[in-house]
Ligand binder design. Structure first.
Ligand code: FAD
Length: 450
């Protein structure tokens, strides 16, 4: 059947190791690269502000790279179930390819489109590209999904080795004429009044070339110190790959193979990639992860009435607790936060302020450049104690002890919350010891619930 092939790009904004793109190029018909901004289909969660910023720049980069190779990126906005068939018929396309997604509503949309387009006579194929292990392939001996990380990752490591990454196509035969595209600027994904993204521009360069460069730099300069210093927020030895993986500017297969080629002793780093897999597998089996406690007995948690002033102080880094304020300001200014500090700030919100983890998850969703449907909710539930293989409920991070241990010379706090060094900081909004005791009492209710 002759006629153009459509590659529907989603969370895979790359040319290298992109099986859907590869299938279209190999088919030897004109290729139409399509991205649909769909924030309106039922169940689809609209992206946060930080994510919009990243997406804008990543799409600009992808469009340029496609054009350099002879292709085009067609941008459309609206419900995918309507937009994709419209582009198919406008273009006279005869094949549609995409890489799989794992969220519940996304899978429903994709499954309906697949059967609808196939019924119309099109060739439709989906590929594994964004996870090393497909969720339905990793199970316990009893045939159930894993609820504990260590045996999960052991089972992954005993599975067939992740495939080698596919090379990037050098030439793409674009369709002429091609279907009309929206103008990226008209999507208004960038902040204007006020422009809060100055710190983002300093911290990040979205796009596939920068993602590849960061992986190479990490493997050359930082991975040797990773085991020793990964918990120190000022050390800068972690990979900073999370937004790149979230947007699919680099594939986990590329990270896996390049890491092992560069450093055979990278088990610790790869096991963090394993946590990403575990989060996505958990979402696959629990599509409501961002809203429903995985351990349902946490539904009985006695959250007090929301103290909005406390929530705002936390969001704005005005809690008077140095490490918490530094973390929340790093997040606001750069769109990222070091993993240990994410745990400390989340624990402070849930346990010292007794504010529902879902409100923290929502704030991170709006402000993180790496916010994704799985890792964010998974980790919030982990800190709350309601999630998979979660931190026990009685584990309450003490931000002062954490600062003494992991920010020994105060460099991180001095960088992000200098007011705590100059004596201009607000007083603590709560007493750490008293609120710890209050949290333990509240958690007792859950412990005793059925
Ligand atoms: P590295 O230490 O270099 O790790 C390498 C990669 O492993 C990361 O890029 C990431 O893809 C993955 N990874 C590492 N730790 C975790 C983890 N605990 N869970 C899942 N994947 C992990 N990560 C996100 O990608 N998106 C989120 O929305 C997100 N929200 C979080 C919310 C909270 C409350 C907490 C405690 C953690 C959250 N994380 C999230 C996990 C983790 O903090 C980030 O992945 C990490 O800080 C990213 O920095 P890095 O790329 O330098 O990590």
């Amino acid at each position: 059947m002759t006629g153009p092939s459509i590659v529907w790009f989603r969370d895979d904004l790359r040319l290298a190791d992109n099986p859907a793109l590869r299938a279209a190029v190999d088919r030897d018909e004109p290729v139409i690269a399509l991205f649909v901004l769909d924030e309106e289909s039922p169940g689809i969660r609209p992206l946060g502000g930080a994510a919009h910023w990243w997406l804008h720049h990543s799409l600009a980069s992808l469009g340029e790279r496609l054009r350099e190779r002879g292709g085009n990126l067609i941008l459309r906005r609206g419900p995918a179930a309507e937009v994709v068939p419209t582009v198919v018929s406008d273009a006279g396309a005869t094949a549609v390819y995409w890489n799989r997604r794992y969220g519940g509503p996304e899978r429903e949309i994709d499954a309906a489109l697949k059967s609808g387009l196939r019924a119309d006579g099109l060739e439709v194929q989906s590929f594994a590209a964004n996870l090393l292990f497909e969720p339905w392939t990793v199970q316990t001996g009893a045939g159930t999904p894993f609820a504990v990380y260590t045996p999960f990752w052991r089972a992954c490591l005993q599975s067939p080795t992740p495939r080698a990454p596919l090379p990037e196509p050098q030439k793409i035969r674009g369709a002429t004429p091609h279907p009309p595209s929206d103008d990226l600027a008209d999507w208004n994904l960038l902040p204007t009044s006020p422009d809060w993204a100055g710190g983002f521009r300093e911290a990040w360069e979205p796009g596939e070339p920068a993602a590849r460069a960061r992986l190479r730099e990490f493997l050359a300069d930082d991975i040797a110190d990773y085991d020793r210093a990964r918990d120190e927020p000022a050390a800068g030895v972690t990979s900073a790959l999370s937004p790149r993986l979230r947007w699919g500017e680099i594939s986990p297969f590329t990270v896996w193979h390049e890491t092992l080629a560069a450093n055979a002793d990278a088990g610790r780093f790869l096991s963090e990639i394993g946590w990403r897999e575990f989060a996505w597998h958990t979402l696959f089996f629990h599509p409501d992860l961002a809203t429903v406690n995985l351990r349902r007995r946490f539904d009985a948690f006695p959250w007090p009435d929301l103290d909005e002033e406390h929530l705002r102080a936390w969001q704005q880094g005005r809690t008077g607790i140095p490490l918490v304020d530094a973390g929340m300001k790093e997040l606001w200014q750069s769109g990222a936060m070091h993993n240990r500090i994410r745990m400390v700030t989340a624990s402070f919100l849930i346990k010292n302020l007794l504010i529902d983890w879902r409100l923290g998850e929502q704030w991170f969703w709006d402000t993180l450049v790496d916010a994704d449907g799985a890792s964010n909710a998974f980790n919030w539930q982990w800190v709350a104690g309601s999630g998979a293989d979660a931190s026990p409920y009685f584990r309450i991070f003490n931000p002062e002890t954490q600062a003494a241990k992991f920010d020994t010379n105060g460099e991180y706090i001095a960088r992000w919350a200098p007011e705590h060094r100059s004596g201009d900081a607000p007083d603590p909004i709560v007493d750490l010891k008293a609120t710890r005791a209050r949290a333990l009492d509240a958690y007792d209710v859950v412990k005793n619930a059925n």
